[in-house]
Design a protein around this ligand. Structure first.
Ligand code: FE
Ligand code: FE
Length: 257
């Protein structure tokens, strides 16, 4: 199978990226973090996890509920003998898409919009590289920054703003709920959609020493995120108990979201 082929993808994917590029400005990102990352709802993690049945409109490879992708990613990581924390990252890395359950149309956070939830991310507040998917939409973005934009050289990716979506939301949610995983895991979660960085080698002027070290882990994770996608493998019943226990080890029964 050929992954991430945007040449002949369906028009929903194109529309999503167009809206994303138009609307994801520095101002939008700051506003969205403020609005969505207050974490004032409290629910059982497992119940939310089981309810996550969003179909990702930006994904040219998958045409089923994201829920199966969670298990497919985690299973491949487990089969290769990686540690439990990384299996957990595989399992929950897209859980931030739960945003759609409290979304609004104007922010692109509803099931039928999604441009504020999914899609490859980019750093806002500086120039958007032409190596991004659908670079022809870059000129629609209202922000007009030069290469370095508002940032200082080597400021570090943890100190920049990325376009808002499930990566940033989940990163903040886990921190808020005191979930304890290694720094590598947080990088995998926060930057897995930043293909410009981990796949296209952009943003080296923003990288600090820690980013440089962490990049290989994000790349390793991406292999599992991407190449395990399978529209036909949906029988998760046999493995559910294993992952239910894994979740218990790392995540509180009730979470704020
Ligand atoms: Fe994702
Ligand atoms: Fe994913």
């Amino acid at each position: 199978m050929d992954f991430r082929n945007y040449k002949d993808c369906n028009k929903n994917v194109v529309k999503l990226y167009k809206n994303q590029r138009i609307n994801q400005t520095l101002e939008f990102v700051k506003k969205s973090i403020n609005k969505y990352c207050q974490f004032n709802r409290k629910d059982k993690f497992w119940d939310l996890f089981e309810k996550m049945n969003l179909k990702d409109l930006s994904d040219p490879d998958l045409d089923c509920e994201n829920y199966y992708h969670f298990y497919q990613t985690a299973e491949a990581i487990r089969k290769d003998g990686h540690p439990e924390w990384m299996q957990l990252v595989g399992l929950i890395h897209d859980f931030g898409k739960i945003l759609y359950m409290k979304g609004s149309k104007e922010d692109g956070t509803t099931e039928d919009t999604q441009w504020g939830i999914v899609g490859d991310t980019f750093v806002v507040g500086c120039k958007i590289p032409d190596t991004i998917v659908f670079p022809e939409f870059n000129k629609l973005n209202k922000d007009d920054y030069d290469e370095l934009g508002i940032y200082k050289n080597k400021i570090g990716l943890n100190n920049v703003f990325c376009s808002f979506g499930h990566d940033e939301y989940l990163y903040r949610l886990l921190k808020f709920n005191n979930v304890n995983i290694p720094e590598e895991g947080f990088y995998m979660i926060r930057f897995h959609s930043l293909y410009l960085w981990h796949d296209k080698n952009e943003y080296d002027f923003l990288e600090d020493d820690k980013d440089k070290k962490m990049k290989s882990y994000v790349k390793l994770f991406n292999k599992y995120d991407l190449y395990t996608k399978d529209n036909n493998n949906k029988n998760m019943n046999k493995i559910k108990n294993y992952y239910k226990n894994l979740i218990k080890k790392f995540i509180p029964e009730y979470i704020y979201w």
